[in-house]
Design a protein around this ligand. Structure first.
Ligand SMILES: Cc1cc2nc3c(=O)[nH]c(=O)nc-3n(C[C@H](O)[C@H](O)[C@H](O)COP(=O)(O)O)c2cc1C
Length: 202
């Protein structure tokens, strides 16, 4: 059997938790193995913005997500913020792509400076140093010069800055369609087939 494609998905504490959760669902449907990371602030945002009640502990969260999304055994792996032994913490074990969705301006700044103070920041640092795909989905309004400088710096290092800014030209009828607009763009970047949104001109 062919090996599953592997992607790291990190949720941080910007508004827009639903983008990250929908992306996780789409990755699971696409038979991708997901290394899932979530910050404490993101846990709070998920509780505020959605009806998902995520367990705090990584092991319990892994069981919860696997059941809720009907994922295959071992398809979703959850790692804690100080789990430095996780594959994502090293260039030799990390998946070929990482998405931070949504990406807080705090985590954006930590990635731009190479802080690596938690596993999300370290995994992003690994993606940058190994020249792997790193997709950041920031959400803030308005952006300060600090945010813009950090985004420019990261873009120049090869990261893709894909803001959570849905378009309206597909005439969305629901919030779900707005969410899917952004998630489709992320899946397109990852090169994963998606039917959420037609490509322009199709
Ligand atoms: C409900 C809620 C919404 C938030 N929205 C945003 C946001 O849209 N963008 C952002 O950068 N931070 C936002 N924050 C603040 C971050 O969560 C905060 O800066 C946190 O320290 C980020 O930590 P993390 O990067 O480790 O997740 C929000 C916080 C809460 C509780």
């Amino acid at each position: 059997m062919a090996e599953r494609r592997r992607v790291t998905l990190a949720l941080t504490g910007a508004s827009g938790a639903q983008y990250g959760l929908r992306l996780l669902e789409c990755l699971v449907r696409a038979d991708v193995e997901v290394s899932f990371l979530i910050s404490q602030a993101a846990q709070l945002v998920v509780a505020t913005e959605t009806d998902w009640q995520l367990p705090a502990k990584p092991q319990a969260l892994e069981v919860f997500l696997t059941e809720r999304l009907a994922a295959a055994e071992g398809q979703i792996r959850v790692f804690g913020k100080q789990d430095w032994m996780a594959p994502v913490a090293s260039g030799s074990g990390a998946p070929g792509a990482m998405v931070v969705c949504p990406c807080s301006t705090g985590t954006l700044s930590a990635i731009a400076t190479g802080a690596s103070n938690n596993l999300i920041e370290r995994a992003a640092d690994v993606a940058l140093k190994e020249r792997r795909q790193l997709i950041l989905v920031p959400r803030e309004a308005p952006y300060s010069s600090i945010h813009l400088e950090n985004m420019l710096k990261l873009s120049q290092m090869g990261a893709v800055i894909l803001p959570a800014s849905p378009g309206f030209y597909h005439k969305p009828n629901s919030i779900d369609e707005l969410i899917d607009f952004v998630v489709a763009r992320i899946l397109n970047q990852l090169g994963i087939e998606q039917t959420l949104l037609a490509r322009w001109g199709e």
